[in-house]
Write a protein that binds this ligand. Structure first.
Ligand SMILES: [Zn+2]
Ligand SMILES: [Zn+2]
Length: 362
């Protein structure tokens, strides 16, 4: 089967023929239908986040089950599934409290670096995040996927596994936005747009979207923004604070840059919190002013994977889409072939489109 391989970082992806193992007891072999391109993989491609190479990136994938291991229950060939990078053990302290997104043994389940699931010629080939969705097939731990209704198109289903889960989950589970509250969202890419629509679903009264690109601000209005602020032509902090009479109840940062994280902190009104949802580079340092931190009792909190129990939340999100309440079609800016994956990541780097999705024939 074919896969997009990262052999050195920083570097480009190289599409080539590879081989994949058959499933171990706890694994599922999936025929990939679609894989969205997400910014956290760009950090790996650009050498800003470490990874064992060579590897196959891609973690926002959906597909069809081809085979299941002997200990996998409740899944059968032909079932449609969404993968999620928040794989969990189910028995550690956070898992036993129901906080599976904080699993302490996440890296110990699934394939070890000594036993990668793929081979590239005679070289071992790794799957980034134990997923490796930019390939025609994936070998995935049973606790890294969940079944979804078969009538949900796979290109839209894929987005539930990262952008939508992260964005909507940050609002529902992380910040627990309540009806009538005010929200600001910095960065209106795939994740930011889903924070906006999460805030709409939660009943937020004012949802201020901030970006530097007018096309993304137009899209943010479609997803539920009541106000938009073009940060390329105005001071976004002053604008948000003025429009919300002193700051918002919840400020979300979906870019992952120190400067915009500090802006989110400054947008939160006294007593409330700024949430960092964008992934900063591993060596980034975040600075916020010390006075407001204490005298205005402000919080700064990171959120991973929308603080979501994805096995419950992804099917819930699929039902919201079926009911017409969750937008997914509008997230997809382009569908591309695996051979065009480098161009898709270039588009992501320029930040001009919502989501590029690699689609496969299933
Ligand atoms: Zn992602
Ligand atoms: Zn665990």
């Amino acid at each position: 089967m074919r896969a997009a391989i990262l052999a050195e970082a920083p570097g480009k992806l190289f599409v080539d023929d590879v081989t994949i193992d058959s499933p171990d007891a706890n694994e599922v072999l999936v025929r990939v239908g679609a894989c969205g391109l997400c910014h956290s993989d760009v950090h790996v491609l650009d050498g800003h986040l470490p990874a064992v190479l060579p590897t196959v990136p891609g973690h926002e994938a959906a597909g069809v089950v081809e085979a299941v291991g002997s200990d996998v229950t409740g899944l059968h060939p032909g079932d449609h599934v969404v993968m999620c990078t928040a794989q969990f053990c189910g028995t550690c302290r956070p898992c036993s409290r129901g906080e599976t997104w904080l699993c302490e043994r996440r890296r110990q389940i699934g394939r070890t670096p000594q036993l990668p699931p793929l081979r590239w010629g005679d070289r071992p080939l790794h799957a980034l995040g134990s997923l490796g969705g930019l390939a025609e097939q994936m070998l995935v731990h049973r606790n890294a996927l969940v079944a979804v209704p078969p009538d949900l198109p796979l290109d839209r289903a894929a987005l539930l596994g990262c952008a939508v889960l992260t964005g909507v989950g940050s609002v529902f589970n992380g910040a627990r936005v309540r009806p009538g509250e005010t929200v600001a969202v910095i960065g209106c890419g795939g994740i930011g747009l889903n924070i906006v629509q999460g805030a709409r679903l939660a009943g937020a009264e004012r949802i201020v979207a901030v970006d530097r690109q007018s096309a993304k601000l137009d899209l943010a209005r479609v997803f539920g923004a009541t106000d938009v602020v073009d940060a390329s032509s105005t001071d976004p902090v002053a604008e948000v604070v003025e429009r919300t009479a002193g700051g918002v109840d919840h400020a979300f940062e979906a870019v992952g840059l120190a400067a915009t994280i500090a802006q989110a902190f400054d947008m939160a009104r006294p007593g409330r919190t700024a949430y960092v949802v964008g992934v900063p580079a591993s060596d980034a340092t975040i600075e916020v002013p010390g006075g407001p931190l204490v005298f205005r009792s402000k919080g700064l909190r990171g959120l991973i994977m929308g603080a979501s129990r994805f096995k419950d939340d992804i099917p819930m999100l699929a039902r919201l889409y079926e009911q017409g309440r969750l937008l997914l079609d509008e997230l997809i800016a382009e569908r591309i072939d695996l051979d065009d994956v480098n161009g898709g990541y270039d588009t992501l780097r320029t930040g001009t489109a919502a989501r590029s999705v690699v689609t496969f024939d299933t």
